[in-house]
Design a binder for this molecule. Sequence first.
Ligand code: HEM
Length: 403
Amino acid sequence: QATTPTPAPDSALLLPAEADGCPFDPPSAYRQAADRSPVTRTRLWDGSSCWLVTGYQEVRTVLADQRFSADGLRPGFPFLSPGRRQLATNTPGFIRMDDPEHARLRRMLTTEFLVKRVEALRPALQRIVDDTLDRMLAAGGPVDLVTEFALPIPSLAICLLLGVPYEDHEFFQQQSRILLDTRSPGPAVSDAQRSLLSYLGDLATAKRRAPTDDILSRLAVRDDLATEEAASMALLLLIAGHETTANMTALSTLALLRNPAQAARLRAAGPAEAKAAVEELLRYLTIVQAGLPRVATEDLELGGTPIRAGDGLLCMLSTANRDESVFADGSELDLDRDARRHLAFGFGVHQCLGQPLARAELQIALHTLFTRLPQLRLAVDEEQLSYRTTMVVHGVDALPVSW
Ligand code: HEM
């Protein structure tokens, strides 16, 4: 039972914090909070306060314990922006639900992303990567690696798996950018969400009548799932399935261009080393830069800190993945490191469903890019690059390269 009064928030730290310094490091405000304590009190844009959880063990504890709820409709749930609040309260996907409802919906998708299933997809993924790279080379340098390579690969892959026409990519990429930007006003987020749900709902209705061999068809024909639920699950997959891997590919490329010795290791890597290299890049870059939000459903203690029922928490994966007690010299990129314990995909019941797919895409895309283009280099000064500091998922806006 918590008895001590909740401490006042650190008024110097307003979330989300602006990124500063090295583009691969968490904002200094988060690092300073982590240096003070693994659990600190902080203030949000709407004047409310919540706990900032920055330590590795503490983040794992919260994400593994279902007394910390992911349900955005519960009082006290911490939102990073008005748009994020809108998104979680309009038509929440299962990422914002607790068990048993979350488990009921997630179970319908688990076989789709099993490691074995994804391994069988590798030849198709390699073809997507090769074709995309061929098109980029044919265009001639310099090109923007984000639009010509990093974004098309996961978009093509998720379209193929879901059964969404790739011709519509400009529409859904544009709408997801609105959903994932913490600056988007609430009404803009609602509009983007509504138009995506109606697009995917129409597609689900068509597939219910004439099913094809894809995830949306398999969801659409189920008797225990309404069309709106199928559309909401497809929306989660579509957005999570392309934005994350795309940003991870571009930011990894930049990190490797900055570290030629590490890039050489990736070029020389066999399949096992390439897998380990991607785990280290996932840890080092931790692109989900917004804290994973939870709310306590009962009074409890977290690393000695009393937490009350109704207190919001933000789990900072980026500082957890640099926790020196788990990853020595965590601020260094070291592709030889065993980084498998990283939390870049979260932890617990909501741990990333698409991680086998993301891993396969990243391994194939990065290894192919660096082996086929040994002369790959930045086509602008690094100071000219700008970063996605206000987005839930970190990345570089554009990455002009030549080879
Ligand atoms: C959940 C990261 C790629 C689908 C998550 C979570 C994280 C994450 C941190 C946990 C959210 C939470 O607990 O609140 C990433 C990263 C990726 C990636 C870093 C790429 C590098 C993908 C892909 C897909 C996907 C390719 C789908 C094809 C999902 C889904 C969830 C999720 C459906 C919700 C799971 C649930 O609530 O049970 N992801 N993800 N992700 N991810 Fe990913």
